[in-house]
Design a protein around this ligand. Structure first.
Ligand code: HEC
Ligand code: HEC
Length: 288
């Protein structure tokens, strides 16, 4: 095999390898190729010196530049936090109603409020804030406790019937049935009266029902059932119901009322978070 000889046609020495009569010419590598090859070796060695490369027992060589992707990320996060910190401080020091006047700040607050909402509020009010039985819809423009930004802010801060907050919204509908304030007949009459406000099946207006409502209900629910925000008495003359819009549900509420509890969030989440939540909820569509 190792019979190197000079190829007759090209005058180049062969390598001595031969495959089925085909011999390989021993041409030198092109110079450009060779230098690129050496260059790559030098670059690779240099790279392992400058950047983290060689595995060691517990970690790896750190490299002369001290670069690490984690440090990079930390720096990015710190920068982001710093930028956010300025905005959060602005939210903290701006009265909640004034946040709405500053488009950029309002947008920032709304975005923060949206993520807080998902964590703390969606269990009860729903991911789309559409509510469910006993938990009010926060998208519509009916508000038990008021729909201005300040009112929403106060509701979120102090809650409703919260056992932990002395300033919580508080009003409790009397136990007309269980406490014997009204007899079964009167309860039926006033329930039908209420049902008649919004055309619910089985509803019937009557002079007695009208009188019963004025005497027993209007102080919290307003004349004609229009609702009274200051008393937290929801309106009873529209299609929006906390506990169901049937004659049966209305009768049940008069007999033995339920009292929704909305937790107080001010002490738990802090004022800045509550402001962001208020801006978010206000912006859902029903804000006044
Ligand atoms: C444990 C369940 C629960 C959680 C969690 C909860 N809420 Fe509520 N929320 C309620 C209930 C119940 C009411 C209705 C209170 C009432 O009947 O007066 C309410 C009422 C409200 C109202 C007043 C609605 C109106 O019509 O006036 C707002 C605003 C509100 N919640 C916002 C929030 C926000 C923001 C969060 C998250 C930080 C939150 N809620 C978390 C149960 C909850
Ligand atoms: C002291 C105030 C007060 C009085 C008086 C009162 N209510 Fe209420 N009522 C409330 C409050 C507060 C709620 C809301 C309960 C809640 O948020 O959980 C309510 C809720 C209701 C609801 C349920 C509304 C819904 O959206 O599902 C009905 C129906 C109702 N009241 C009817 C009456 C009738 C009829 C009378 C008179 C016989 C009456 N109420 C008297 C305070 C009152």
């Amino acid at each position: 095999m190792s019979d190197k000889h000079i190829d007759k046609l090209s005058g180049v020495e062969t390598t001595g390898h031969e495959w089925d009569g085909i011999r390989e010419l021993n041409n030198p590598l092109p110079r450009w190729w060779l230098w690129t090859f050496y260059g790559c070796i030098v670059f690779a060695l240099g790279y392992t010196v400058v950047f983290p490369a060689w595995p060691m027992l517990s970690s790896a060589t750190t490299g002369l530049l001290g670069y690490s992707s984690r440090a990079d990320l930390d720096a990015d996060l710190a920068a982001a936090k710093l930028a956010q910190g300025d905005r959060l401080e602005a939210v903290a020091s701006t009265p909640v109603a004034d946040i709405l006047k500053d488009d950029g700040l309002a947008r920032f607050a709304r975005a923060g409020g949206q993520s807080l909402y998902k964590v703390y509020c969606s269990q009860c009010h729903g991911t789309g804030a559409t509510g469910s039985a006993g938990y009010p819809n926060l998208n519509d423009d009916e508000w038990v406790w008021g729909g201005t930004i300040e009112q929403i802010y106060a509701t979120i801060t102090h809650g409703a019937r919260s056992p932990t907050d002395a300033d919580t919204h508080y009003n409790v509908m009397p136990n007309f049935g269980a406490d014997g304030i009204l007899g079964a007949e009167d309860i039926d009459r006033v329930a039908k009266q209420v049902a008649s406000f919004s055309g619910i099946e089985g509803g019937a207006a009557s002079p007695e029902g009208q009188q019963l409502f004025a005497d027993n209900c209007a102080s919290c629910h307003g004349d004609g059932g229009g609702g009274l925000v200051d008393a937290g008495g929801p309106s009873l003359n529209d299609q929006i119901w906390l506990y169901g819009g049937t004659l049966e549900a209305i009768r049940a509420q008069i007999n033995q009322p339920r009292h929704g509890v909305m937790p107080a969030w001010g002490a738990r989440l802090g004022d800045t978070a509550v402001k962001q939540l208020a801006v978010y909820v206000h912006g859902l569509g029903g804000g006044q």
